[in-house]
Design a protein. Structure first.
Length: 287
């Protein structure tokens, strides 16, 4: 919610700055129309994005207010303004996940801890269960992307679990009368739950690392696209001012620039959100 508020505030700032630019453009077209250098169609075309951006401003103001309400509810009291993000650029990103991170970090996940507690309740040897069902591999490479070992746990294309349990020693303790009261069906259930929790954990980290491996490239490409469209808008506006081109080309470039800037904000939000998610799927982080 904190990151969503930052993104919505940045979108609001973008809409407000875009409105200022559109207002200046409308005033220019109005002046040209008054002296007969622009048509009524040009004037209406300049007014259309102006009104649309006003609608966006109202929508983003509503979203910002709702984000703050959600944070206040979570905190149990109004959150002081100094603790709220101005925009995405003001948010300090989490530290990068350590290169060569061991899969043992996943053992801190609440779902795996809960599954192991159920195993203990069925008189299982946790060490034996981990040895049989839990892959001990490096999750990340030296550059922080998903390791080949992690990718190899899922069959190519199908995405199904590709790790066969290696049961070398007994998993359940049958030396006490209490242990004997646990039925074979109950043991199979808790083992299945344990294996499912492990599969879910490795799938979550694989998905998060997959995003991390590509999102930087997407942000960089989108920034390059925004820069190119911004230059197109500048040149289109210059050509229109000199009477070389119609206002339609200016309008198209302006709309494209605004839309691509919004996409860039969404990608930057996705990057930050995924960095937070990496810690979450690891069970709260790792040393």
């Amino acid at each position: 919610m904190y990151l969503t508020l930052a993104a919505d505030r940045e979108n609001l700032k973008l809409a407000q700055s875009t409105l200022e630019t559109q207002q200046a453009a409308y005033s220019l077209v109005q002046k040209r129309y008054d002296v007969g250098l622009a048509t009524g169609l040009d004037l209406r075309r300049a007014q259309t994005p102006l009104d649309a951006t006003r609608v966006d401003i109202g929508r983003y103001r509503q979203m910002v207010a709702q984000d703050q309400n959600a944070l206040n509810l979570l905190a149990g009291s109004p959150t002081p303004e100094e603790f709220l993000p101005v925009d995405l650029s003001s948010v300090t990103p989490p530290k990068e996940i350590s290169p060569g991170l061991s899969s043992e970090a996943l053992l801190r996940r609440p779902d795996i801890v809960a599954a192991e507690h159920r195993l203990k309740g069925a008189y299982a040897f946790i060490g034996a269960a981990r040895a049989a069902f839990f892959p001990r591999i490096s999750l990340t490479t030296s550059i922080g992307t998903a390791s080949d070992d992690l990718s190899g746990l899922f069959k190519s294309g199908s995405g199904t679990w590709n790790f066969a349990p290696q049961i070398a020693i007994p998993i359940f303790d049958a030396r006490t009368w209490a242990a004997l009261r646990v039925s074979k069906a109950d043991r199979e259930i808790v083992l299945t739950q344990y294996e499912k929790a492990i599969q879910t954990a490795f799938r979550d980290i694989a998905d998060a690392l997959a995003v991390q491996g590509t999102v930087d490239q997407r942000v960089s490409a989108q920034q390059s696209l925004v820069n190119a469209v911004a230059e197109t808008y500048r040149l289109s506006n210059k050509r229109y001012t000199k009477g070389i081109d119609s206002y339609l080309s200016v309008l198209d470039a302006q709309r494209s620039l605004y839309a691509q800037q919004q996409v860039l904000i969404a990608l930057r939000l996705a990057k930050l959100s995924n960095q937070v998610r990496l810690y979450a799927v690891l069970g709260g982080g790792a040393e």
